[in-house]
Ligand binder design. Structure first.
Ligand SMILES: C[S@@+](CC[C@H](N)C(=O)[O-])C[C@H]1O[C@@H](n2cnc3c(N)ncnc32)[C@H](O)[C@@H]1O
Ligand SMILES: [Mg+2]
Length: 956
């Protein structure tokens, strides 16, 4: 199934429907509204008290950025839509390529079109070009009535399409359309072309006076003086890009004003680029035409070398435009439109110029969609739809393709039937898919993951998605085919799109990357690309950008390509300055942080400061790289209500200027050494569904019940030493300090330094601040936190009385969890080990509560309920049987006994406990009595923090 517009074989010329052509041109900017039209009933039944309807007919209104059209009534909705699309094409002068006129016919049509444009009738037509025709009548002297040929090329679609038939190479040299237009005009005796050096056409005979009079009377009082801002982009990259003001009086022609800013006498010497940005945009580049512009050369000589610009390529302008621009140029947003008779104009500021620069690359597009140029980053992963902020990967990929003049991406979805996915056994982990029997397909991690072991649940189906990018000429550029199944079609599409974006982004950040490296990277993202086509379509627009690293992307050479657009964070954490009380909640991956932030440009001496970017509320998911690294690192160590301030090195100058509202003052500051100052306040923390469920559904919350469960075992076993495997931010260790126990030594191990540093803060303050001799924690003599993986052995933790490992194993791959089981019981050998993990069977109850479902689409909610993990960081969740099997085998292998229990719910009521617990007890063997001394010293872990009651000053 294809959702992105179907594409036949790349070599065959497609016969596109009118709707498909509109889609190619406008994408989702074209909106179809179908309404029912009631026809009176023909063979009605008289006297029947039920309202009788005639056959139902449909009418379609197609809204395009420039205008809208409404079709006649049709029996079928799709006919109404096609008809509306055809009407729009007619209006735009676009002829479906299906009727394939010959070059000869196209010539005849072109001449007829030019004749029509200069006819009396056209002058009062509602067409952007008629605005120019009228304005030309106001030009003075020799220029009176002369229309620049370049405006015909940009305002009327028809000549462009006809020229493409005459010379298919036209796309690479769009300015050549002007030659054809002028050549066509020379064939018309009523028109005058030139003189030499002027790209203009005029009528030999003036328009009839009454026509002119009626036109003038329509316009009376409408025309006003216009002042608008444009951008001057010198050809030499040594010279800065600068704003220019266009002052257009009511009696002047705006193109003449632009020409003068380019140092030309008038608009008849100006070339105009295609539009930039959104479909309805009037933003274009203006540049001087080459001195000798070919007007009448035989068509077989017309090739891309026919135009000889005396000026060198304008690299900056060409980069944004995607079309070669030569010499100095002006970027302005001004022109006549379909919408109104008046001249449309909009300021192009320096800020908007820099936004165009960054919009060429995926991370720039993402930053713009979040309105957070400096803070946001294109996330590395797509976890859930609700946690994704800003434009979705698919949308960004579509914009990217439009930006780079590629076809809309083609998405192909494969649906894997229910049977194949539900028959899988959990332990095999890999799934053979019938369609691609020789490839292994892995299930995706994430909260919408298909649970392969869900034998009992009725899965609808699962999806994988393949994305293809094609050039405008339908050459395949790349295929991304991730071998991952998703339960929702949308997730498959978004994840595949994100892979393509991530790869493209990596390339754009380091365009000097050797081809080999680019290929390697592609395979990481499941991408196969066709280097020749990729270079032709995507890289060629960059090849003109030798300035890219030194100028556009930062003003300083990058030592490490990875930092372009990321900014370099230097010691952000060491200069962190937090204020406010620590609430004790440490966000984990999958949490959403909501911050209020501002970023200012400050001089290194901190004397001058300029606000660049701010947001009252800005939400991002922890652990996905959705914001710059320092913001994520610092934000995730903060508590709600706390504020922090930190500094980072200056990111590339383009980013600063794309964010700066006041470019001149930002530029002034940038002339001295600067850095960025971030201030953030943590407003809210939305924990992943698992935690929210546990808090909302259990009283006391499950986490507290687990702590109490551990305390009971400490009491029962008179344990003096405890090690918490996967201690996270120390919630168990901290809570234990509130109970009077026999514990003297407590130790925590985790691989997350972020969590450990929070654990250290909390334990430190609780142990040292509490000088009360009756404090329950008085018995604790030492506490240590280690950074290390619990699948590694470290002899310092050998033979402890009690080991705990609460809600950790499901965060590791299954093989890792099994490895931990073996290491802990064979080498660490605690007297008692308590392991807890979610009971998968209990999810039905949790999900029935609706707390997990944050999806806004009710259909998807229903689909996803039956087989969702509690947290998208979970690599697996076990049923009671699976857990029993694992724990019992483990115990037997290592001389332990095991008993099963749990918290939340009850053992006797289906489906058992919410959190299932196994308690292992060592069967003491005589040779094990002095366990610790027998072992060789093996120190794999790093001490992160250490505390000693006898000498608290020794604390690390
Ligand atoms: C859900 S948290 C549980 C934290 C804590 N046990 C509790 O109950 O609050 C899971 C923790 O396991 C840790 N973890 C995952 N894999 C690990 C590994 N191989 N070694 C050590 N810790 C690990 C994670 O860093 C995370 O802090
Ligand atoms: Mg968990």
């Amino acid at each position: 199934m294809e959702t992105g517009g179907s594409l036949p074989h790349a070599t065959r010329k497609p016969t596109l429907t009118p709707k498909a052509i509109i889609h190619q041109k406008y994408g989702n900017k074209a909106s179809y509204k179908v309404e029912e039209v009631e026809e009176p009933a023909q063979n009605g039944c008289p006297g029947l008290a039920i309202l009788q309807k005639g056959p139902c007919l449909y009418r379609c209104t197609l809204e395009l950025p420039e205008f809208s059209v409404t079709s006649e009534s049709f029996k079928k909705k799709k006919d109404a839509e096609q008809s509306a699309a055809q009407m729009a094409l007619d209006k735009l002068g676009i002829r479906p390529s299906a009727d394939n006129p010959t070059a000869e016919e196209a010539w005849t049509d072109l001449i007829a079109r030019i004749e029509y444009i200069f006819s009396n009738e056209f002058l009062s037509a509602l067409h952007p070009l008629s605005g120019h025709l009228k304005a030309a009548l106001g030009r003075v002297g020799d220029l009176n009535g002369s229309v620049p040929a370049s405006v015909i090329a940009i305002c009327d679609g028809k000549p462009n399409n006809l020229c493409k038939i005459i010379n298919p190479k036209m796309d690479s040299q769009p300015f050549l359309v002007i030659s054809y237009i002028m050549r066509a005009a020379t064939r018309l005796p009523e028109l005058v072309v030139g003189p030499e050096g002027q790209l203009s056409i005029r009528r030999k005979n003036p328009y009839p006076p009454d026509l002119i009079e009626s036109i003038l009377s329509q316009e009376s009082g409408v025309a006003e003086n216009v002042t608008t801002m444009a951008i001057y982009i010198p050809c030499s990259t040594e010279k800065p890009v600068e704003p220019v003001i266009l002052n257009i009086s009511s009696s002047s022609y705006y193109l003449d004003v632009i020409a003068q800013k380019l140092g030309l006498s008038d608009a008849n010497k100006v070339l105009i680029s295609r539009t930039i940005g959104k479909a309805s945009s009037e933003t274009r580049f203006y540049l001087a035409a080459p001195k000798s512009f070919p007007i009448d050369i035989p068509s077989d000589h017309l090739n891309d070398k026919a135009l000889k610009f005396g000026e060198p390529l304008n690299a900056r302008a060409s980069y944004i435009c995607g079309q070669n621009i030569y010499g100095d140029s002006i970027l302005a947003s001004i022109g006549y439109t379909w919408k109104s008779q008046d001249l449309f104009h909009e300021d192009v500021t320096l800020q908007s110029y820099y936004r165009m620069v960054i919009s060429k690359i995926p991370s720039g597009l993402y930053k713009l969609s979040r309105e957070a140029i400096l803070a946001a980053e294109l996330p590395l992963t797509f976890t859930t739809r609700t946690n994704w902020k800003g434009s979705f990967p698919r949308e960004i990929l579509c914009s990217f393709c439009r930006q780079h003049r590629l076809l809309e991406p083609v998405f192909s979805i494969s649906t894997i039937p229910t049977k194949a996915s539900s028959e899988l056994s959990r332990s095999s982990k890999k799934l053979k898919v019938s369609e691609s029997a020789d490839q292994d397909t892995e299930y995706a991690d994430g909260d919408d993951t298909v649970y392969a072991g869900a034998k009992s649940v009725g899965l609808a189906s699962s999806f994988s998605c393949e994305v293809k990018l094609y050039s405008k000429s339908q050459d395949l550029i790349l295929v991304c085919a991730p071998n991952v199944l998703y339960k929702k079609q949308n997730d498959a599409v978004q994840n595949a799109s994100l892979k393509v974006l991530s790869w493209l982004n990596a390339y754009f950040k380091d365009t000097d990357m050797p081809l080999e490296k680019l290929k390697q990277l592609a395979s990481v993202f499941d991408i196969n690309f066709y280097p020749q086509n990729f270079i032709k379509e995507v890289v060629s627009c960059l090849s003109v950008n030798s300035f890219q690293h030194s100028e556009t992307f930062g003003g300083k050479p990058e030592s490490n390509g990875n930092n372009i657009l990321n900014g370099v964070v230097e010691d952000a954490e060491s200069s962190i300055d937090t204020e406010g009380l620590d609430s004790g909640v440490c966000p984990s991956n999958g949490s959403l942080l909501c911050v209020c932030y501002s970023v200012s440009l400050v001089t290194k001496d901190k004397l001058q400061k300029e606000l660049l970017e701010s947001a009252e509320e800005f939400e991002f998911e922890i652990g996905t790289g959705a914001v710059i690294t320092s913001m994520e690192a610092i934000g995730s160590q903060m508590s709600v209500g706390q504020s922090a301030c930190f500094h980072t090195e200056l990111p590339p100058q383009d980013l600063v200027l794309a964010a700066a509202k006041d470019s001149p003052s930002a530029l002034a500051l940038l002339s001295s050494p600067c850095c960025l100052e971030y201030s953030i306040i943590l407003l809210r923390l939305t924990e992943p569904p698992e935690d929210r469920m546990e808090q909302a559904l259990f009283s006391p919350p499950l986490s507290k019940q687990r702590v109490e469960y551990a305390v009971q075992h400490i009491k029962d076993s008179c344990a003096t030493s405890l090690v918490d495997f996967g201690c996270g931010s120390g919630s168990l260790l901290e809570s234990l300090l509130d109970y009077p126990t026999s514990l003297e030594t407590i130790v925590g191990v985790d691989i997350s330094q972020k969590s450990l540093s929070r654990a250290a803060k909390v334990l430190h303050s609780k142990l040292t601040m509490n000088s009360d001799p009756d404090a329950p924690s008085r018995g604790i003599k030492s506490a240590v936190l280690y950074d290390g993986s619990i699948t590694d052995f470290d002899s310092r933790l050998c033979g402890f009385d009690l080991g705990t490992c609460l809600e950790v194993i499901e965060h590791m791959e299954e093989e890792q969890a099994c490895m931990f089981g073996d290491v802990v019981l064979s080498s660490f050998r605690p007297r008692v080990l308590i392991v807890s993990t979610p009971n998968y069977e209990y999810n039905v109850i949790l999900q029935g509560s609706n707390i997990t479902s944050q999806e806004d689409d009710p259909e998807e909610k229903v689909q996803s309920q039956s087989c969702k993990f509690r947290n998208h960081d979970h690599k697996f969740e076990w049923t009671r049987e699976q857990f029993n099997h694992w724990a019992s085998n483990l115990a037997v292998r290592h001389n332990y006994t095991v008993k099963f229990s749990g918290v939340g719910g009850s053992a006797d009521v289906e489906p058992g406990f919410a959190s299932q617990i196994a308690v292992f007890r060592r069967v003491v063997l005589p040779e094990e009595e002095n366990l610790q001394e027998h072992k060789d010293l093996e120190c794999k872990y790093n001490v992160i923090w250490k505390w000693n009651r006898s000498n608290p000053a020794l604390t690390d």
